[in-house]
Design a protein around this ligand. Structure first.
Ligand SMILES: [Zn+2]
Length: 480
Protein backbone atom coordinates (compact mmCIF):
# COMPACT_ATOMS: atom_id res chain seq x y z
CA UNK A 1 0.00 0.00 0.00
CA UNK A 2 1.33 3.42 -0.88
CA UNK A 3 0.84 6.31 1.51
CA UNK A 4 -0.13 8.64 -1.31
CA UNK A 5 -3.39 9.27 -3.15
CA UNK A 6 -4.65 11.13 -6.19
CA UNK A 7 -8.12 12.69 -6.28
CA UNK A 8 -9.60 14.75 -9.09
CA UNK A 9 -12.81 16.46 -10.14
CA UNK A 10 -13.77 16.57 -13.79
CA UNK A 11 -12.79 19.83 -15.42
CA UNK A 12 -15.75 22.00 -16.48
CA UNK A 13 -16.08 24.04 -19.65
CA UNK A 14 -15.73 27.76 -19.01
CA UNK A 15 -18.35 28.98 -21.50
CA UNK A 16 -20.60 30.01 -18.59
CA UNK A 17 -20.23 30.76 -14.88
CA UNK A 18 -20.06 27.76 -12.54
CA UNK A 19 -23.37 26.63 -11.05
CA UNK A 20 -24.12 24.70 -7.92
CA UNK A 21 -23.72 21.36 -9.73
CA UNK A 22 -19.99 21.89 -10.04
CA UNK A 23 -19.84 23.12 -6.44
CA UNK A 24 -21.42 19.77 -5.50
CA UNK A 25 -18.66 17.84 -7.27
CA UNK A 26 -15.92 20.03 -5.78
CA UNK A 27 -17.22 19.55 -2.26
CA UNK A 28 -17.55 15.77 -2.72
CA UNK A 29 -14.03 15.44 -4.10
CA UNK A 30 -12.76 17.69 -1.33
CA UNK A 31 -14.35 15.43 1.28
CA UNK A 32 -12.59 12.44 -0.31
CA UNK A 33 -9.23 14.20 -0.38
CA UNK A 34 -9.53 15.52 3.18
CA UNK A 35 -10.59 12.09 4.43
CA UNK A 36 -7.58 10.42 2.82
CA UNK A 37 -5.30 12.99 4.43
CA UNK A 38 -7.01 12.51 7.78
CA UNK A 39 -6.19 8.79 7.70
CA UNK A 40 -2.56 9.54 6.87
CA UNK A 41 -2.26 9.64 3.10
CA UNK A 42 -0.38 12.34 1.22
CA UNK A 43 -3.11 13.30 -1.22
CA UNK A 44 -2.73 15.25 -4.46
CA UNK A 45 -6.08 16.87 -5.19
CA UNK A 46 -6.58 18.25 -8.68
CA UNK A 47 -9.20 20.45 -10.28
CA UNK A 48 -9.12 22.86 -13.20
CA UNK A 49 -10.85 24.05 -16.36
CA UNK A 50 -11.47 22.56 -19.80
CA UNK A 51 -10.75 25.34 -22.25
CA UNK A 52 -10.18 23.77 -25.67
CA UNK A 53 -13.84 23.26 -26.41
CA UNK A 54 -15.74 24.48 -29.43
CA UNK A 55 -18.34 25.72 -26.92
CA UNK A 56 -15.84 28.25 -25.64
CA UNK A 57 -15.03 29.36 -29.18
CA UNK A 58 -18.73 29.97 -29.87
CA UNK A 59 -19.43 31.66 -26.54
CA UNK A 60 -16.49 34.01 -27.14
CA UNK A 61 -17.67 34.87 -30.64
CA UNK A 62 -21.13 35.72 -29.30
CA UNK A 63 -19.62 38.12 -26.80
CA UNK A 64 -17.19 39.62 -29.31
CA UNK A 65 -14.17 38.34 -27.38
CA UNK A 66 -11.25 36.20 -28.46
CA UNK A 67 -11.44 32.65 -27.11
CA UNK A 68 -8.37 33.35 -25.02
CA UNK A 69 -10.02 36.44 -23.48
CA UNK A 70 -13.18 34.51 -22.64
CA UNK A 71 -11.22 31.66 -21.06
CA UNK A 72 -9.03 33.99 -19.03
CA UNK A 73 -12.04 35.89 -17.73
CA UNK A 74 -14.28 32.91 -16.96
CA UNK A 75 -11.57 30.77 -15.40
CA UNK A 76 -11.41 33.35 -12.62
CA UNK A 77 -15.03 32.57 -11.68
CA UNK A 78 -14.09 28.92 -11.25
CA UNK A 79 -10.97 29.79 -9.27
CA UNK A 80 -13.02 32.01 -6.96
CA UNK A 81 -15.15 29.00 -6.00
CA UNK A 82 -12.18 27.26 -4.41
CA UNK A 83 -11.56 29.54 -1.41
CA UNK A 84 -15.30 30.25 -1.30
CA UNK A 85 -16.09 26.59 -0.69
CA UNK A 86 -12.90 25.94 1.31
CA UNK A 87 -11.57 23.46 -1.27
CA UNK A 88 -8.17 21.96 -0.43
CA UNK A 89 -6.92 21.37 -3.98
CA UNK A 90 -3.20 20.94 -4.55
CA UNK A 91 -3.21 22.20 -8.13
CA UNK A 92 -5.46 23.92 -10.66
CA UNK A 93 -4.86 22.92 -14.28
CA UNK A 94 -5.97 24.95 -17.29
CA UNK A 95 -6.01 22.98 -20.51
CA UNK A 96 -4.95 26.05 -22.48
CA UNK A 97 -1.73 26.21 -20.47
CA UNK A 98 1.67 25.38 -21.87
CA UNK A 99 2.21 22.60 -19.31
CA UNK A 100 -0.99 20.89 -20.41
CA UNK A 101 -0.35 21.38 -24.13
CA UNK A 102 3.06 19.76 -23.89
CA UNK A 103 1.70 16.91 -21.76
CA UNK A 104 -1.23 16.16 -24.07
CA UNK A 105 1.14 16.04 -27.05
CA UNK A 106 3.43 13.74 -25.08
CA UNK A 107 0.49 11.41 -24.38
CA UNK A 108 -0.42 11.37 -28.08
CA UNK A 109 3.17 10.64 -29.09
CA UNK A 110 3.45 7.77 -26.64
CA UNK A 111 0.31 6.06 -27.94
CA UNK A 112 1.08 2.78 -29.74
CA UNK A 113 1.36 3.60 -33.46
CA UNK A 114 -1.06 0.80 -34.36
CA UNK A 115 -3.72 2.43 -32.12
CA UNK A 116 -3.95 5.65 -34.16
CA UNK A 117 -5.06 5.84 -37.80
CA UNK A 118 -6.59 8.42 -40.14
CA UNK A 119 -10.01 7.97 -41.71
CA UNK A 120 -12.63 9.89 -43.65
CA UNK A 121 -16.00 9.74 -41.96
CA UNK A 122 -19.26 11.48 -41.16
CA UNK A 123 -21.42 11.55 -38.04
CA UNK A 124 -23.90 13.37 -35.83
CA UNK A 125 -22.21 15.75 -33.42
CA UNK A 126 -23.36 17.58 -30.27
CA UNK A 127 -21.25 20.62 -29.43
CA UNK A 128 -22.76 20.61 -25.92
CA UNK A 129 -21.35 17.14 -25.23
CA UNK A 130 -18.47 17.46 -27.67
CA UNK A 131 -19.35 13.96 -28.72
CA UNK A 132 -20.73 11.96 -31.65
CA UNK A 133 -23.96 9.99 -31.44
CA UNK A 134 -25.17 7.10 -33.55
CA UNK A 135 -28.52 7.31 -35.36
CA UNK A 136 -29.81 4.77 -32.84
CA UNK A 137 -28.85 6.91 -29.82
CA UNK A 138 -30.11 10.15 -31.33
CA UNK A 139 -33.89 10.17 -31.34
CA UNK A 140 -35.21 12.56 -34.04
CA UNK A 141 -31.61 13.63 -34.64
CA UNK A 142 -31.44 15.18 -31.17
CA UNK A 143 -28.80 14.86 -28.45
CA UNK A 144 -30.00 12.47 -25.71
CA UNK A 145 -28.29 14.63 -23.07
CA UNK A 146 -29.15 18.15 -24.28
CA UNK A 147 -32.22 17.51 -26.47
CA UNK A 148 -30.75 19.90 -29.04
CA UNK A 149 -30.41 19.14 -32.77
CA UNK A 150 -27.20 17.35 -33.71
CA UNK A 151 -24.88 18.67 -36.40
CA UNK A 152 -23.91 16.58 -39.38
CA UNK A 153 -20.10 16.52 -39.56
CA UNK A 154 -18.01 15.11 -42.37
CA UNK A 155 -14.22 15.19 -42.45
CA UNK A 156 -10.94 13.33 -42.21
CA UNK A 157 -9.80 12.68 -38.61
CA UNK A 158 -7.47 10.55 -36.56
CA UNK A 159 -9.09 7.62 -34.80
CA UNK A 160 -8.17 5.67 -31.70
CA UNK A 161 -8.47 1.90 -31.97
CA UNK A 162 -10.80 1.47 -29.00
CA UNK A 163 -12.22 -1.73 -30.50
CA UNK A 164 -9.06 -3.65 -29.64
CA UNK A 165 -9.46 -2.93 -25.91
CA UNK A 166 -12.80 -4.63 -25.22
CA UNK A 167 -11.38 -7.66 -23.45
CA UNK A 168 -8.85 -5.72 -21.43
CA UNK A 169 -11.45 -3.17 -20.32
CA UNK A 170 -13.87 -5.87 -19.25
CA UNK A 171 -11.14 -7.54 -17.23
CA UNK A 172 -10.13 -4.21 -15.61
CA UNK A 173 -13.70 -3.51 -14.47
CA UNK A 174 -14.93 -7.00 -13.66
CA UNK A 175 -11.88 -7.60 -11.46
CA UNK A 176 -12.54 -4.24 -9.73
CA UNK A 177 -8.94 -3.23 -10.41
CA UNK A 178 -10.82 -0.15 -11.57
CA UNK A 179 -13.71 0.10 -9.16
CA UNK A 180 -16.75 1.99 -10.43
CA UNK A 181 -19.08 3.35 -7.74
CA UNK A 182 -22.07 3.03 -7.58
CA UNK A 183 -22.77 -0.48 -8.92
CA UNK A 184 -25.50 0.80 -11.25
CA UNK A 185 -22.91 2.86 -13.13
CA UNK A 186 -20.50 -0.07 -13.20
CA UNK A 187 -23.23 -2.13 -14.88
CA UNK A 188 -23.91 0.68 -17.33
CA UNK A 189 -20.25 0.67 -18.39
CA UNK A 190 -20.04 -3.11 -18.61
CA UNK A 191 -23.09 -3.35 -20.85
CA UNK A 192 -21.79 -0.52 -23.02
CA UNK A 193 -18.53 -2.44 -23.56
CA UNK A 194 -20.31 -5.75 -24.10
CA UNK A 195 -22.41 -4.05 -26.77
CA UNK A 196 -19.21 -3.71 -28.81
CA UNK A 197 -16.77 -0.81 -28.89
CA UNK A 198 -16.25 1.40 -31.93
CA UNK A 199 -13.05 3.28 -32.61
CA UNK A 200 -13.46 6.95 -31.82
CA UNK A 201 -12.23 10.14 -33.39
CA UNK A 202 -9.46 11.87 -31.44
CA UNK A 203 -8.89 14.88 -33.68
CA UNK A 204 -10.76 17.37 -35.79
CA UNK A 205 -9.77 19.75 -38.52
CA UNK A 206 -8.19 22.95 -37.30
CA UNK A 207 -10.79 24.81 -39.33
CA UNK A 208 -13.82 23.20 -37.65
CA UNK A 209 -12.20 23.77 -34.27
CA UNK A 210 -12.15 27.50 -34.97
CA UNK A 211 -8.35 27.42 -34.94
CA UNK A 212 -8.45 26.67 -31.18
CA UNK A 213 -7.05 23.60 -29.46
CA UNK A 214 -3.91 21.53 -29.17
CA UNK A 215 -2.13 20.76 -32.45
CA UNK A 216 -1.69 17.08 -33.26
CA UNK A 217 2.04 16.27 -33.22
CA UNK A 218 3.27 16.15 -36.81
CA UNK A 219 0.02 17.33 -38.45
CA UNK A 220 -0.60 21.07 -38.36
CA UNK A 221 -4.03 20.76 -40.00
CA UNK A 222 -5.53 18.80 -37.10
CA UNK A 223 -6.11 19.64 -33.43
CA UNK A 224 -6.85 17.10 -30.72
CA UNK A 225 -10.44 16.21 -30.01
CA UNK A 226 -11.33 18.16 -26.87
CA UNK A 227 -12.15 15.04 -24.86
CA UNK A 228 -8.84 13.42 -25.67
CA UNK A 229 -7.00 16.47 -24.45
CA UNK A 230 -9.32 17.06 -21.47
CA UNK A 231 -8.82 13.54 -20.10
CA UNK A 232 -5.08 14.04 -20.37
CA UNK A 233 -5.31 16.81 -17.73
CA UNK A 234 -5.11 14.28 -14.91
CA UNK A 235 -1.61 13.38 -15.99
CA UNK A 236 -0.39 16.63 -17.49
CA UNK A 237 -0.95 18.27 -14.10
CA UNK A 238 1.43 15.66 -12.70
CA UNK A 239 4.00 16.80 -15.27
CA UNK A 240 3.85 13.95 -17.73
CA UNK A 241 7.51 13.95 -18.67
CA UNK A 242 9.99 11.16 -18.41
CA UNK A 243 11.25 11.58 -14.90
CA UNK A 244 8.60 13.59 -13.16
CA UNK A 245 8.65 12.93 -9.42
CA UNK A 246 5.03 13.97 -9.13
CA UNK A 247 3.88 11.48 -11.72
CA UNK A 248 5.77 8.71 -9.99
CA UNK A 249 4.57 9.64 -6.53
CA UNK A 250 0.90 10.33 -7.23
CA UNK A 251 0.14 8.02 -10.17
CA UNK A 252 2.71 5.37 -11.07
CA UNK A 253 3.52 4.26 -7.53
CA UNK A 254 0.26 5.35 -5.95
CA UNK A 255 -2.47 2.79 -5.24
CA UNK A 256 -5.40 5.21 -4.84
CA UNK A 257 -6.07 7.06 -8.09
CA UNK A 258 -9.58 8.44 -7.87
CA UNK A 259 -11.70 10.41 -10.33
CA UNK A 260 -14.90 12.07 -9.10
CA UNK A 261 -17.27 12.79 -12.00
CA UNK A 262 -20.90 13.39 -12.94
CA UNK A 263 -23.05 10.68 -14.50
CA UNK A 264 -23.12 12.31 -17.96
CA UNK A 265 -19.42 11.64 -18.60
CA UNK A 266 -19.18 8.08 -17.33
CA UNK A 267 -18.24 6.60 -20.71
CA UNK A 268 -15.31 8.96 -21.19
CA UNK A 269 -13.80 8.08 -17.83
CA UNK A 270 -14.49 4.36 -17.57
CA UNK A 271 -14.02 3.35 -21.22
CA UNK A 272 -12.07 5.86 -23.34
CA UNK A 273 -9.64 7.03 -20.67
CA UNK A 274 -8.45 3.64 -19.35
CA UNK A 275 -8.04 2.44 -22.97
CA UNK A 276 -5.89 5.47 -23.80
CA UNK A 277 -3.82 4.75 -20.69
CA UNK A 278 -3.41 1.08 -21.66
CA UNK A 279 -2.09 2.14 -25.03
CA UNK A 280 0.59 4.35 -23.45
CA UNK A 281 1.27 1.68 -20.82
CA UNK A 282 0.31 3.80 -17.84
CA UNK A 283 -1.89 2.51 -15.00
CA UNK A 284 -5.64 3.15 -15.12
CA UNK A 285 -7.48 4.92 -12.29
CA UNK A 286 -8.25 2.59 -9.39
CA UNK A 287 -11.63 4.16 -8.61
CA UNK A 288 -14.20 6.23 -10.45
CA UNK A 289 -16.91 7.72 -8.26
CA UNK A 290 -19.97 8.92 -10.17
CA UNK A 291 -22.52 11.36 -8.75
CA UNK A 292 -26.00 12.30 -9.95
CA UNK A 293 -27.29 15.72 -10.96
CA UNK A 294 -28.82 18.44 -8.84
CA UNK A 295 -32.29 19.71 -9.51
CA UNK A 296 -33.80 22.93 -8.14
CA UNK A 297 -37.22 22.58 -6.55
CA UNK A 298 -37.63 19.42 -8.59
CA UNK A 299 -36.72 21.03 -11.91
CA UNK A 300 -33.62 20.64 -14.03
CA UNK A 301 -31.19 23.50 -13.39
CA UNK A 302 -30.64 25.44 -16.60
CA UNK A 303 -30.01 28.90 -17.87
CA UNK A 304 -33.14 28.85 -20.01
CA UNK A 305 -35.31 28.06 -16.96
CA UNK A 306 -33.63 30.92 -15.11
CA UNK A 307 -33.05 28.84 -11.98
CA UNK A 308 -29.24 28.74 -11.98
CA UNK A 309 -27.95 28.87 -8.41
CA UNK A 310 -24.70 30.73 -7.81
CA UNK A 311 -22.91 28.71 -5.12
CA UNK A 312 -21.09 31.78 -3.82
CA UNK A 313 -24.39 33.57 -3.20
CA UNK A 314 -25.49 30.54 -1.18
CA UNK A 315 -22.24 30.68 0.77
CA UNK A 316 -22.77 34.36 1.50
CA UNK A 317 -26.28 33.65 2.69
CA UNK A 318 -25.83 30.46 4.72
CA UNK A 319 -22.07 30.22 5.31
CA UNK A 320 -19.66 27.80 3.69
CA UNK A 321 -19.97 25.17 6.41
CA UNK A 322 -23.73 24.95 6.04
CA UNK A 323 -23.53 24.77 2.24
CA UNK A 324 -21.03 21.91 2.48
CA UNK A 325 -23.22 20.21 5.05
CA UNK A 326 -26.32 20.44 2.90
CA UNK A 327 -24.61 19.16 -0.27
CA UNK A 328 -22.95 16.22 1.46
CA UNK A 329 -25.64 15.23 3.91
CA UNK A 330 -29.00 16.15 2.42
CA UNK A 331 -28.27 15.19 -1.20
CA UNK A 332 -27.70 11.58 -2.25
CA UNK A 333 -24.13 11.05 -3.46
CA UNK A 334 -25.30 8.84 -6.33
CA UNK A 335 -28.89 9.67 -7.31
CA UNK A 336 -30.20 12.98 -8.59
CA UNK A 337 -30.95 15.26 -5.64
CA UNK A 338 -32.99 18.36 -5.08
CA UNK A 339 -31.61 21.70 -3.96
CA UNK A 340 -34.23 23.95 -2.45
CA UNK A 341 -33.80 26.84 -0.06
CA UNK A 342 -36.78 25.87 2.06
CA UNK A 343 -35.31 22.42 2.61
CA UNK A 344 -31.98 24.05 3.32
CA UNK A 345 -33.65 26.13 6.07
CA UNK A 346 -35.21 23.08 7.67
CA UNK A 347 -32.02 21.02 7.58
CA UNK A 348 -29.97 23.94 8.90
CA UNK A 349 -32.21 24.56 11.88
CA UNK A 350 -32.75 20.91 12.76
CA UNK A 351 -29.26 19.47 12.31
CA UNK A 352 -26.90 22.39 12.69
CA UNK A 353 -28.58 24.93 14.99
CA UNK A 354 -30.66 22.60 17.20
CA UNK A 355 -28.55 19.49 17.31
CA UNK A 356 -24.80 20.06 16.95
CA UNK A 357 -24.80 23.84 17.56
CA UNK A 358 -26.96 23.59 20.65
CA UNK A 359 -24.93 20.70 22.02
CA UNK A 360 -21.64 22.60 21.76
CA UNK A 361 -23.31 25.67 23.28
CA UNK A 362 -24.63 23.77 26.28
CA UNK A 363 -21.26 22.18 27.06
CA UNK A 364 -19.48 25.50 26.66
CA UNK A 365 -21.90 27.22 28.99
CA UNK A 366 -21.74 24.59 31.72
CA UNK A 367 -17.99 24.09 31.23
CA UNK A 368 -17.25 27.80 31.55
CA UNK A 369 -19.32 28.14 34.72
CA UNK A 370 -17.55 25.14 36.22
CA UNK A 371 -14.11 26.45 35.21
CA UNK A 372 -13.52 23.11 33.47
CA UNK A 373 -10.21 22.41 31.71
CA UNK A 374 -10.29 19.59 29.12
CA UNK A 375 -7.76 16.80 29.59
CA UNK A 376 -5.32 15.66 26.89
CA UNK A 377 -6.89 13.03 24.63
CA UNK A 378 -5.62 10.61 22.01
CA UNK A 379 -6.99 10.69 18.45
CA UNK A 380 -10.53 9.38 18.84
CA UNK A 381 -11.80 6.30 17.03
CA UNK A 382 -14.40 6.94 14.35
CA UNK A 383 -17.96 5.85 15.09
CA UNK A 384 -19.08 2.49 13.75
CA UNK A 385 -19.71 2.42 10.02
CA UNK A 386 -17.90 5.70 9.34
CA UNK A 387 -14.86 4.31 7.49
CA UNK A 388 -16.94 1.83 5.49
CA UNK A 389 -19.23 4.64 4.41
CA UNK A 390 -16.26 6.77 3.32
CA UNK A 391 -14.75 3.89 1.33
CA UNK A 392 -18.05 3.65 -0.56
CA UNK A 393 -18.50 7.43 -1.01
CA UNK A 394 -21.64 7.35 1.18
CA UNK A 395 -20.86 10.74 2.71
CA UNK A 396 -24.38 11.10 4.09
CA UNK A 397 -24.04 7.83 6.01
CA UNK A 398 -20.65 8.80 7.46
CA UNK A 399 -22.16 12.10 8.60
CA UNK A 400 -25.22 10.35 9.99
CA UNK A 401 -22.85 8.30 12.17
CA UNK A 402 -21.41 11.56 13.56
CA UNK A 403 -24.83 13.09 14.12
CA UNK A 404 -25.89 9.98 15.99
CA UNK A 405 -23.07 10.76 18.43
CA UNK A 406 -24.40 14.32 18.82
CA UNK A 407 -27.96 13.13 19.36
CA UNK A 408 -26.75 10.68 21.95
CA UNK A 409 -24.81 13.38 23.82
CA UNK A 410 -27.85 15.66 23.83
CA UNK A 411 -29.91 12.83 25.31
CA UNK A 412 -27.29 12.25 28.00
CA UNK A 413 -27.52 15.92 28.95
CA UNK A 414 -31.29 15.63 29.35
CA UNK A 415 -30.86 12.54 31.47
CA UNK A 416 -27.98 13.63 33.73
CA UNK A 417 -29.10 17.28 34.05
CA UNK A 418 -25.62 18.79 34.60
CA UNK A 419 -27.13 22.17 35.62
CA UNK A 420 -28.58 20.40 38.65
CA UNK A 421 -25.18 18.93 39.52
CA UNK A 422 -23.82 22.45 39.31
CA UNK A 423 -26.51 23.82 41.62
CA UNK A 424 -25.96 21.06 44.14
CA UNK A 425 -22.20 21.65 44.11
CA UNK A 426 -21.41 18.10 42.91
CA UNK A 427 -18.15 19.22 41.37
CA UNK A 428 -16.48 15.83 40.83
CA UNK A 429 -19.54 14.28 39.26
CA UNK A 430 -19.91 17.28 37.00
CA UNK A 431 -16.24 17.10 35.96
CA UNK A 432 -16.60 13.42 35.03
CA UNK A 433 -19.71 14.22 33.04
CA UNK A 434 -18.03 17.11 31.20
CA UNK A 435 -15.07 14.86 30.34
CA UNK A 436 -17.52 12.38 28.83
CA UNK A 437 -19.20 15.12 26.79
CA UNK A 438 -15.91 16.56 25.60
CA UNK A 439 -14.69 13.12 24.55
CA UNK A 440 -17.84 12.72 22.47
CA UNK A 441 -17.44 16.15 20.91
CA UNK A 442 -13.83 15.18 20.23
CA UNK A 443 -15.03 12.33 17.99
CA UNK A 444 -17.20 14.74 16.02
CA UNK A 445 -14.52 17.44 15.96
CA UNK A 446 -11.98 15.05 14.48
CA UNK A 447 -14.03 13.04 11.98
CA UNK A 448 -16.07 15.99 10.75
CA UNK A 449 -12.93 17.40 9.10
CA UNK A 450 -13.58 16.00 5.59
CA UNK A 451 -17.04 17.56 5.41
CA UNK A 452 -16.92 20.72 7.50
CA UNK A 453 -13.28 21.59 8.11
CA UNK A 454 -14.11 24.98 9.65
CA UNK A 455 -16.56 23.54 12.17
CA UNK A 456 -14.18 20.70 13.00
CA UNK A 457 -11.48 23.25 13.77
CA UNK A 458 -13.87 25.37 15.88
CA UNK A 459 -14.92 22.34 17.92
CA UNK A 460 -11.31 21.36 18.49
CA UNK A 461 -10.35 24.81 19.72
CA UNK A 462 -13.51 25.20 21.87
CA UNK A 463 -12.52 22.19 23.92
CA UNK A 464 -8.76 22.29 23.63
CA UNK A 465 -6.75 20.35 26.20
CA UNK A 466 -5.30 22.45 29.01
CA UNK A 467 -7.38 25.52 28.11
CA UNK A 468 -10.24 26.64 30.35
CA UNK A 469 -13.53 26.58 28.43
CA UNK A 470 -14.77 30.01 27.42
CA UNK A 471 -18.01 30.68 25.61
CA UNK A 472 -17.58 32.12 22.12
CA UNK A 473 -20.02 32.91 19.34
CA UNK A 474 -22.57 30.17 18.65
CA UNK A 475 -21.60 27.74 15.88
CA UNK A 476 -24.89 27.98 13.99
CA UNK A 477 -27.34 30.70 14.99
CA UNK A 478 -30.86 29.67 14.02
CA UNK A 479 -32.15 30.89 10.65
CA UNK A 480 -35.44 32.79 10.65
ZN1 LIG B 1 -25.31 16.96 -26.02
Amino acid sequence: MSNTAFVSTAIPYVNAKPHVGFAFELVQADAVARYLRLIGRDCFFLTGTDENSLKNVRAAAEEGLTTRELCDRNTEFFKALLPGLNISNTEFIRTSSELHTRGAQELWSRTKPEDIYKKHYSGLYCVGCEDFYSEKEAEDGKCPEHKTPLEHVEEENYFFRLSSYEEKLLELIESDRMRIVPASKRNETLSFIRGGLLDFSISRSRKRAGDWGIPVPGDADQVMYVWYDALANYLTALELTDNSERLKKYWLECDKRIHCIGKGINRFHTVYWPAILMSVELPAPTEVFIHGYLTMNGQKISKSLGNVIDPLVQVEHFGVEAVRYFLLRAISPFEDGDYSESRFHDVFNADLANNLGNLARRIETIGEKAGHVPKPAATPEAPEGYHEAMEDYRFHDAMAALWAVATNLNQRIEKVKPWALQKEGKKDELAVFLDEMIAGLGIIGHWLTPFMPGTAERLQSMFKEGKAIKRGDPLFPRLK
